[in-house]
Design a protein around this ligand. Structure first.
Ligand SMILES: Nc1ncnc2c1ncn2[C@@H]1O[C@H](COP(=O)(O)OP(=O)(O)OP(=O)(O)O)[C@@H](O)[C@H]1O
Ligand SMILES: [Mg+2]
Length: 479
C-alpha cells in the first residue's frame, strides 16, 4: 500500500483502490501521478491494459476532494461505450466523495443530458460530437472553469479517420479555459506528438513505457494464412475448437465493416454459437445491451468493428481474432490489446489473405516482433467449408431483404444534415464530381491512346525506312 501513499494520494483513495484489487501502482501510474499532482500537463503513453485510466482518475479525484466544485473535469473519449466505462471508474473510485458524474454521448436523449449538465456535475465524460452540439446549442452550462481536461485515446481524437473529431474538438477547446491541466493518454501516442503538444501547451510531462516490443509480453500473437473464401470456415473451426477446450473463454472477433459484422453474427448463430454484434449501425440501446451480455459472460463471443477496438476493459477476454488484417499497425495494437490485460495472458490470431501480407509486415515492423504461425488441421476446415459458405450466402441474402443498406444511407444523410450540409445537394455534387472524374479519365485515356498511336506510327515509319534501306542495299549488292 505504501506505493500509492508515496505518490501523494489520500488514504481514502488508497482504500478504494484496494477494494478494486489495485494495490500497487503500475509504472504509468507511478510515473504520471506525481507529475499530475504537481499541477503539470501530462502525456502518458503505455501499453494496452496497463492502467492508464487510474493514472488520471486517481489524481483528479485527489484534487477534487481538496477543492470540490462542478464542472471540475472534462474527459473526452472517442467512443460511447468507453465513456461509460471511464464514468464507472470515476464512480467506483470516487464513491466516498459523493461524486456526481455526467455522461454526454450521441444516441442518447439530448434534453436529459442538458438538464444533467446544468446541475453542475463534478466530472463530465463525453464523446466529441455530442458535447460540441451542447456547446453550440445551449447556454445552461459552462466548462469555462474546469481544472482538468483529459483526452483518453488522444491520438484517435486527433486523427482524421472515418470519424473525424477535429472540428468538434476545436469547438470544445474553444470553450475550456486556457488555464487548465491537460492530460493525454493512449497506447499509441507517438505519431501524433506534435499535434498533442499544441493542446498540452504547459510544457507537458511526457512519459512513455520503455519496451522494445509495443504489445504486451503475455500476449501470444499468431497469424493464419488463408484464402479469402476459406476465412469463415477457419473462423468457425477456431471457435469450435476453443469452445470445446475452454468453456469459460470469451472471444472477441474484429471485422472491417458494419455489414460484415452483422452477417458474421447471423452466420455464427446459425452454427449455434452464443454471439452478439457491436457496430455503429446498431441503436445505442442495442449496443449497450450487447456489450453488457458479453461483459457478464452470458454470451461468450462478441463480433465488433473498430468501434470496440480501443480502451474497452473486459478481463474475461482470452482470445482476439482479427477476421480481417487491420490496415494500420496502430489499429492492430489496440485490437489485440483487448486481451492479456493487467498482467493476464491472452491469444491473438489474425486471419491473413495473400493480399494482406504487406500489412502484417507493417504490423511486425511497428510492434517490433514477428507473429508466429498458428497451426490448424486444414482437412478439418475443409470438411465444414461448404456448409459455412452456404450459410454465409443465406445470411447475406437475408440481410439484403432487410433495410440494412437503406439505414446506412439514412445514417449518411443524417450525418450530413448534422454537419449543416444539404444531403441532396451533396449527392448532386458527388455525382458531378464523379462525372468530371470520368471525363478526366476518358480524356487521359484518349491522350494516352493518341500518344501510343503516334509512337506506333513513328516505329512503323522507322521500320519501313529500315526495310527500304535494306532492300536498296540488297538490290545494290545483286547488281
Ligand atoms: N495498479 C494496478 N494494479 C492492478 N490492476 C490495475 C492497476 N491499475 C489498473 N488496473 C486494472 O487494469 C485494467 C486495465 O486498466 P485500464 O483500462 O486503465 O488500461 P489502459 O492502460 O487504459 O488500456 P487501454 O490502452 O486498452 O485503454 C483495469 O481492469 C484496471 O482496473
Ligand atoms: Mg484506456
Amino acid at each position: 500500500m505504501e506505493g500509492f501513499a508515496k505518490l501523494g494520494l489520500s488514504s481514502w483513495i488508497i482504500e478504494q483502490c484496494k477494494q478494486l484489487g489495485i494495490c500497487k501502482p503500475s509504472p504509468v501510474q507511478e510515473n504520471c501521478i506525481p507529475a499530475i499532482m504537481e499541477g503539470r500537463d501530462c502525456m502518458g503513453c503505455a501499453k494496452t491494459g496497463s492502467g492508464k485510466t487510474a493514472a488520471f482518475v486517481l489524481p483528479i479525484l485527489q484534487k477534487l476532494s481538496e477543492d470540490p466544485f462542478g464542472i471540475f473535469c472534462l474527459v473526452i473519449t472517442p467512443t460511447r461505450e468507453l465513456a461509460y466505462q471511464i464514468a464507472e471508474q470515476f464512480r467506483v473510485l470516487g464513491k466516498p466523495l459523493g461524486l456526481k458524474d455526467c455522461i454526454i454521448v450521441g444516441g442518447m436523449d439530448m434534453v436529459a443530458q442538458a438538464v444533467e449538465l446544468s446541475r453542475k456535475p463534478h466530472i463530465v465524460i463525453a464523446t466529441p460530437g455530442r458535447l460540441a452540439d451542447h456547446i453550440r446549442s445551449s447556454n445552461t452550462f459552462s466548462i469555462k472553469k474546469i481544472r482538468f481536461l483529459v483526452l483518453d485515446e488522444a491520438d484517435r481524437l486527433l486523427e482524421q479517420g472515418c470519424t473525424d473529431f477535429t472540428k468538434d474538438l476545436q469547438v470544445i477547446l474553444g470553450a475550456v479555459p486556457a488555464q487548465r491541466q491537460t492530460l493525454l493518454f493512449s497506447a499509441t501516442l507517438t505519431d501524433t506528438l506534435q499535434e498533442l503538444k499544441s493542446i498540452a501547451m504547459n510544457k507537458p510531462f511526457f512519459w512513455e513505457s520503455t519496451s522494445e516490443v509495443r504489445t504486451v509480453e503475455q500476449l501470444d500473437q499468431r497469424y493464419i494464412l488463408v484464402p479469402e473464401k476459406v476465412k469463415d470456415a477457419y473462423l468457425v473451426h477456431l471457435l469450435k475448437k476453443f469452445q470445446e477446450a475452454h468453456e469459460d473463454w470469451c472471444i472477441m472477433i474484429f471485422t472491417n465493416t458494419c455489414k460484415n459484422c452483422q452477417i458474421l453474427n447471423m452466420m455464427l448463430r446459425q452454427f449455434d454459437f452464443q454471439s452478439v454484434a457491436l457496430h455503429s449501425m446498431m441503436k445505442q440501446k442495442q449496443r449497450f445491451a450487447a456489450l453488457a451480455k458479453f461483459k457478464s459472460s452470458i454470451y461468450k463471443i462478441l463480433i465488433a468493428t473498430d468501434v470496440a477496438s480501443r480502451g474497452l476493459d473486459i478481463p474475461t477476454v482470452q482470445v482476439v481474432i482479427n477476421h480481417n488484417t487491420p490496415g494500420l499497425p496502430k489499429i492492430y495494437i489496440h485490437r489485440v490489446g483487448r486481451t492479456a490485460r493487467a498482467g493476464r495472458h491472452g491469444l491473438a490470431i489474425t486471419l491473413v489473405t495473400q493480399y494482406d501480407i504487406h500489412l502484417v509486415h507493417a504490423v511486425e515492423q511497428q510492434i517490433n516482433m514477428k507473429l508466429k504461425e498458428y497451426s490448424v488441421k486444414e482437412s478439418e476446415v475443409l470438411k465444414i467449408l461448404t456448409p459455412v459458405n452456404v450459410t454465409r450466402r443465406e445470411c447475406e441474402i437475408k440481410l439484403e431483404c432487410t433495410d440494412f443498406d437503406e439505414k446506412k444511407e439514412i445514417n449518411k444523410r443524417k450525418q450530413l444534415i448534422l454537419e449543416g450540409k444539404d444531403p441532396d445537394l451533396e449527392a448532386k455534387r458527388k455525382a458531378e464530381l464523379e462525372k468530371i472524374k470520368k471525363q478526366k479519365k476518358k480524356f487521359k485515356e484518349h491522350i494516352q491512346e493518341t500518344m501510343q498511336k503516334k509512337k506506333d506510327s513513328v516505329v512503323r515509319r522507322k521500320q519501313k525506312k529500315n526495310r527500304l534501306r535494306q532492300e536498296k542495299k540488297a538490290a545494290k549488292s545483286q547488281q
